[in-house]
Write a protein that binds this ligand. Structure first.
Ligand code: GUN
Length: 288
């Protein structure tokens, strides 16, 4: 069994990005500029945005966090989005989700200029990605592809079983792995799939992205399979200082011995997501 070390891969990619920014700046070009909009004071969102700001600095980007109060109206937020769309200095920006309940998230996402949509959430980017055209690919699916690439894991002709059909993970990763270059045969499983364990057992590559802690058990995994765990469920824990710990969608201890490769939680897919946002911001600086 080989452990896929997301922290190591993220650090390697971060170094590559930092070197590229350094070269740009040495040539007198301005560094990429990323803005994150945070509405309200959701604890997890503050942490995520803080980490994005920190990594931006590490790779030499200019960055800013726009903190808006929880009572910000939809109109005011849309006005902010329009201002960022029009600002020639801003290469890319994200609006951190979830937004307060009185704001229509889809409306906000669709107001972002697709050329600055470094989250890859705008329907134009989702559509372009699905067609195999140059696009901003969202962070989690892009991070999974980077892990497979880094470890040189063969994908052509392999049967990839994706568990979960969300717009941000399951469907895009299924689409991407079916495309030329990756060449997987892909099956998507979901809550209505009949005989799910039997289907998952056919997977040479299993991507668990359903959001149910320790759902995937050893009996569902073909010996030698590659297992990518996207789950991050917070559960109470007496052994951690914070009082909680993260569980993946895979019962790691029993599944790991059966795998050729497996991602841990934490330390697998998670660390990749912010570096994918940095990749997209660098791409936005030059244009898609
Ligand atoms: N909330 C949780 N993950 C993300 C993300 O990748 N982008 C944005 N905008 N919000 C999030």
């Amino acid at each position: 069994m080989n452990l896929i070390d997301g922290k190591e891969v993220a650090a390697a990619l971060r170094k590559e990005i930092a070197a590229e920014v350094e070269t740009m700046v040495a040539k007198g070009e301005r560094p990429p500029y990323l803005v994150a909009v945070l509405v309200g004071d959701d604890g997890a969102s503050q942490t995520y945005v803080g980490n994005k700001e920190k990594m931006s600095a590490e790779v030499g980007f200019r960055s800013q966090v726009l903190r808006l109060p929880a009572e910000t109206t939809q109109e005011a937020l849309l006005a902010e989005v329009a201002r960022l769309n029009a600002d020639p200095e801003v290469d890319g920006f994200i609006v951190q989700l979830p937004l307060p309940r009185h704001i229509d998230e889809q409306r906000v996402i669709e107001a972002i200029d697709p050329r600055k949509d470094v989250d890859g959430f705008h329907p134009e980017n989702v559509g372009r990605m699905a067609m195999g055209l140059p696009a901003f690919v969202s962070a989690t699916p892009d991070g999974i592809l980077s892990l497979l690439r880094y470890y040189d894991i063969p994908t052509a002709g392999k049967h990839c079983v994706v568990i979960g059909r969300s717009n941000i993970v399951g469907r895009p990763i299924a689409n991407l792995l079916s495309q030329k270059g990756w060449d997987c045969t892909v099956t998507i499983c979901h809550s209505r799939t009949a005989n799910l364990p039997e289907v998952v057992r056919q997977g040479d590559i299993v991507i668990a992205a359903l959001g149910r802690a320790e759902f995937v058990t050893a009996d569902m995994i073909k010996p030698g399979a590659v297992v990518i765990d996207v789950g991050i469920t917070r559960v109470p824990s007496e052994t951690t200082k914070s009082g909680w710990k993260l569980l993946g969608d895979v019962k790691f201890d029993e599944v790991a011995p059966r795998c050729s490769y497996i991602t841990p939680v934490p330390g697998g897919v998670g660390p990749m997501t912010i570096v994918s946002l940095m990749k997209n911001t660098l791409k936005a600086r030059h244009g898609l």
